[in-house]
Design a protein around this ligand. Structure first.
Ligand SMILES: Cc1c2[nH]c(c1CCC(=O)O)Cc1[nH]c(c(CCC(=O)O)c1C)Cc1[nH]c(c(CCC(=O)O)c1C)Cc1[nH]c(c(C)c1CCC(=O)O)C2
Length: 343
């Protein structure tokens, strides 16, 4: 039987106190993270340095006693392993070489080539598997195909994912080939993480909200369904979390359609709505607004209690609605945890 609280919640158990972790819990709001990143040189060097990547993964566990640790890496390492150039511009975000034609697509590598680049990531998982406290669950992750494709097509983050929608409409064949390549590569990438010791995997579809109607079914739901189905064929006990951010009504039925064990909820919907419409089908994760980690005070306490209360009759993992931001105050994280566990 699963003993760790996160695994129990993922298994459908309703716990008196929800287990807790935070998206981007290893990040720039922590002085110890900034010090380790400086030691590594830059963000990507940190991702590819197994000792230091494991160290930053462990930092928030030591400081706060979270119930889960998430592997320190990035969703854009997979495109890099497929042959895209990747770099980060300080203060702006990621940049990649673009895929906007059949000729660009033809230059990408195959699913069998990715491990050469990604081996250090599996090594990080192995270190964490040995070093994490026995009650802490290790979560591996990847981006979902649509979200990763939006970065590969545009070469950067975009407010409306315009370039990806444009390719989908103008050269559907190339677009679909890219989604398919990402789907099969993600299965291999996550399988290696599981073999190295990840106990749960999470798929981040951060830009799911811009897919409407049939596009949502074809390019958010269907690739995630395929990934989950193949992972569960290989690892029948593996719990999977998906985060179709800002899916709105698309959250309804997401467990059943994709086969995931847990749906992570952003804060564009209320926890009461998510309890009524999504948690009825299985475990949910979320969804305190991350701004409270910046602003703190009574509003943080009140809203934390509201999230716990709304989800208390079903399986729930407490998390933010999106990643914690660099301007967050580490004291507010402690206050959130104390509010959940202490009273
Ligand atoms: C879209 C996306 C990316 N990466 C990720 C997503 C999906 C989740 C989401 O919507 O936030 C996922 C991600 N990125 C990172 C993790 C590690 C695990 C964690 O602590 O959650 C995870 C799970 C580390 C990171 N990834 C990044 C940082 C900051 C880099 C730094 O230290 O300078 C971290 C800690 C950089 C990154 N990486 C990415 C962007 C757009 C940026 C720049 C924006 C920013 O600076 O926050 C791509």
């Amino acid at each position: 039987m699963a003993e760790k609280t996160i695994l129990r919640a993922l298994n459908g158990e309703v716990l008196p106190t929800p287990p807790i972790w935070m998206m981007r819990q290893a990040g720039r709001y922590l002085p110890e993270y900034r010090a380790t990143r400086a030691k590594a040189g830059d963000f990507l060097s940190l991702c590819y340095n197994p000792e230091l990547a494991a160290e930053v993964t462990l930092q928030p566990i030591r400081r706060y006693g979270f119930d889960a640790a998430i592997l320190f890496a990035d969703i854009l390492l997979l495109p890099q392993a497929l042959g895209a150039d990747l770099w980060f511009v300080t203060g702006e975000g990621p940049r990649l070489s673009t895929v906007t034609s059949a000729a660009d697509f033809a230059k990408l590598k195959t699913r069998d080539d990715i491990h050469e680049t990604l081996n250090p990531i599996y090594e990080t998982v192995g270190i964490l598997n040995r070093e994490l406290p026995s009650d802490v669950t290790l979560i591996g992750f990847a981006g979902a195909p649509w979200t990763v494709a939006t970065y590969m097509i545009a070469g950067r983050g975009t407010p409306d994912q315009g370039p990806a929608h444009a390719l989908k409409d103008s050269d559907r064949e190339t677009f679909v080939k890219l989604i398919d390549l990402l789907t099969v590569s993600t299965i291999e990438y996550l399988s290696k993480q599981v073999e190295a010791g990840a106990e749960v995997v999470k798929l981040f579809d951060s830009w799911a909200g811009s897919l409407k109607g049939a596009d949502f079914e074809d390019f958010c739901v269907e690739p995630i369904r395929q990934i989950v189905s193949e992972l569960k064929a290989r690892f029948p006990q593996l719990p999977v979390i998906a985060f179709p951010r800002e899916a709105g009504d698309g959250y309804i039925g997401f467990h059943e359609k994709t086969g995931v064990d847990c749906v992570a909820i952003d804060n564009s919907v209320s926890p009461e709505w998510a309890a009524r419409n999504v948690q009825i089908a299985g475990c949910v994760q979320g969804n305190l607004a991350s701004k409270h980690m910046v602003t703190g005070g009574q509003a943080l306490i009140d809203e934390t209690r509201q999230v716990v209360e709304a989800f208390r009759n079903g399986p729930h993992i407490f998390n933010l609605g999106h990643g914690i931001t660099p301007d967050a105050d580490p004291e507010n994280v402690a206050l959130m945890i104390e509010t959940i566990r202490g009273g």
